[in-house]
Design a protein around this ligand. Structure first.
Ligand code: GLY
Length: 384
């Protein structure tokens, strides 16, 4: 095991430990402002620091990773308190109009069930899987990403990030024996494999289907530079998401698409290996990086290497993942020589909306820690 990666994990786990009393009961916002996470702002009926939005589960996700590696109960106690709050959220049906229930409940609830046999967490995760299934659209065979199902501006829309929400449904079939969740995964991932990747191996961020007829309509972007550009984080979600779902579904096409996402991503990196926020940019462009896309890709490349059927490709993806993490270490507080409560700096949430530009973010922190965990502890059982 590399000492550099072990030391990077220890430093990141230490920040995770300090954040427990610092954040106390308030959830941090999605992104830092000036190297620090403010509390989540007031949103609709939710007060400051409430458990709303799609990123709150990355907090317990990091705590579970730190707990597994260190055995320190302080992480377990904090993460279990979050599991309780996530159970309350789903049973009260608070802020559930999103496909991101997979991101949320895999980390906050499936993990404590798997690691500790927490029955209340299992029940919460199954309730979240049922809420996610309410978003499955027949006859299109896709799960709607955002908003109320009746909202005409969102109806029939899916996004590439959705691939990471599928493992909650695969788990629900494994737990209940009911095939309907796995069938939704099979159909949703087949639709994305067919329509969200373009002939040149770039991906759309978002794709619309006609919810009434099931007809595929058009691709576009929300967070990329242009409808026909290649949003870096979307491509990274594609690598990881298609590789994970290939393992769950067994459809060869998902492996082929994961490879195409990975090869394009790796061929469009700047010299230091940390992607710009959109892959149309490269060395010499005055644009911010999205280190979080690199962290997701690092996890995805290792996952792809694990399921890859061609040994030469597997070795190439494994090596590229390790190189990516080494590149990311220069983008941490230690690497940049600054104090921060983020684990990874210099990401972009949404450049077109001017949101979280060149900041730390909760998902970047989580996937950076997961990427390190994957390499320092090869026996670690993945959460997705
Ligand atoms: N899943 C939302 C994002 O990547 O920004």
């Amino acid at each position: 095991m590399s000492n550099v990666l072990k030391q990077a994990f220890d430093e990141a786990a230490e920040i995770t430990r300090r954040n427990i009393p610092a954040f106390a009961a308030a959830y941090p916002d999605d992104c830092t402002r000036g190297e620090r996470y403010p509390s989540r702002p007031v949103f609709e009926e939710f007060p400051v620091g409430a458990n709303q939005g799609w990123t709150t589960s990355f907090v317990p996700g990091m705590q579970w990773l730190a707990y597994e590696q260190t055995g320190d109960e302080v992480f377990k106690t904090a993460a279990l308190a979050h599991a309780e709050d996530f159970a309350r959220r789903v049973h009260n049906r608070e802020d559930l109009h999103t496909h991101d229930l997979g991101f949320l409940y895999t980390l906050a609830s499936v993990v404590p069930w798997r690691l500790l046999g927490e029955e209340s967490a299992r029940a919460a995760a199954l309730a979240a899987a049922d809420a996610l299934m309410e978003r499955f659209l027949e006859p299109a065979g896709v799960i709607q990403a955002w908003g109320a199902l009746a909202d005409p501006s969102q109806r029939g829309r899916s996004i590439i990030d959705s691939l990471m929400n599928m493992p909650l449904l695969s788990w629900a079939t494994e737990q209940t024996g009911n095939p309907k969740y796995a069938e939704a995964v099979r159909r949703h991932t087949a639709q994305l494999a067919k329509h969200i990747i373009r002939a040149d191996d770039t991906t759309f961020h978002t794709f619309y289907w006609d919810a009434e007829t099931g007809e595929p309509l058009r691709g576009g972007t929300a967070q990329g530079a242009a409808d026909d550009s290649c949003w870096a984080r979307g491509q990274a979600w594609g690598i990881y998401g298609f590789a994970l779902n290939y393992d769950a579904v067994g459809d060869e096409e998902l492996l082929v698409v994961a490879r195409r996402c990975a090869d394009y991503f790796l061929n469009h990196l700047p010299k230091d290996g940390v992607p710009f926020w959109d892959l149309i940019f490269t060395d010499g462009d005055d644009e911010p990086r999205d280190a979080s896309a690199g962290a997701i890709a690092a996890c995805g490349l290792q996952q792809l290497a694990r399921v890859e059927t061609d040994p030469a490709r597997a070795a190439r993806y494994e090596a590229a993942g390790v190189k990516m993490i080494h590149g990311l270490i220069a983008y941490t507080p230690t690497g940049k020589g600054v104090a921060s409560d983020a684990l990874l700096l210099h990401s972009v949430y949404s450049k077109p909306e001017g949101k979280g530009v060149d900041e730390g973010c909760l998902w970047g922190d989580y996937f950076y820690l997961e990427a390190l965990m994957r390499h320092i502890n090869p026996d670690w059982r993945r959460y997705w």
